[in-house]
Ligand binder design. Structure first.
Ligand code: TIU
Length: 227
């Protein structure tokens, strides 16, 4: 059986490779550019750009193999009806969700700052899940779409490692998905939190799942497709 060389042990690929999807979490301007939500929370947003070239390679590999790709954005309705006051008000940031900023209203669907960065822009027909929470399963149709397409394996990437990425991976793991977190295709505003997340997901025999580098993922896929 084909497998990705991974930690804590090899990650077996599904018999039908199209049962494995690439999941890219929240690579949107709101988290990567000054004036967005990440900046409003007091973070150094420049740190997240390091993974863009690696994500471009993974995206190209999944596209060329015609494997499923799901991107997400953390987004709220313009009337904020799906934004709990606890989320909007906690920490009393200078710019709150829904407030006007230099890239439009902070974290609001359809605003310039809420768009996925141009380097990773989805192609027509690729699925983008807008999610009101940190996890991609909470109040979205992601699980329905995965089931409809018989997807069982998730290769998870994006930002930030210990917030939306880890929450999504835990939600997926509890639902029975085989999850692999790509070490050099996820990033955090806090390098030590990223490292801790990688270690905690693969601890205890893969309690949440696996980790591997993008190169290991692409090498594993090529075994199957001979690409
Ligand atoms: N603040 C932070 O690290 N992350 C988020 O608020 N959302 C995501 O991780 N996407």
């Amino acid at each position: 059986m084909a497998a990705i060389s991974a930690q804590p042990f090899d990650y077996p690929l599904p018999a039908t490779l199209s049962q494995a999807a690439l999941v890219i979490i929240d690579m949107q301007r709101d988290f990567l550019e000054p004036g967005g939500f990440g900046d409003a929370l007091g973070n150094d947003v420049g740190l997240l750009r390091a993974i863009v070239p690696t994500l471009q390679q993974l995206l190209a590999a999944f596209r060329s193999l015609e494997l499923p790709i799901f991107q997400t954005t953390e987004s709220h309705r313009s009337d904020l009806a799906d934004c709990p006051p606890s989320k909007r008000l906690r920490g009393n940031p200078a710019l709150k969700i829904g407030d006007p900023g230099p890239m439009g209203r902070i974290l609001i669907e359809g605003e310039p700052g809420n768009a996925i960065i141009p380097e990773l822009a989805p192609l027509p027909g690729e699925t983008v899940i807008t999610k009101p929470g940190k996890g991609a399963f909470y109040n979205t149709n992601l699980e329905f779409l995965l089931k409809t397409h018989d997807i069982t394996h998730l290769i998870i990437t994006g930002v930030t490692t210990e917030v939306c990425v880890q929450t999504t991976m835990r939600e997926a793991n509890d639902r029975g998905y085989e999850c692999l977190l790509v070490e050099d295709a996820t990033e955090s505003y806090f390098p030590e939190f990223k490292q801790a997340t990688l270690e905690m997901v693969r601890a205890q025999g893969g309690i949440v799942g696996w980790t591997a580098t993008a190169e290991q993922v692409m090498a594993g896929l090529k075994q199957v497709k001979g690409a």
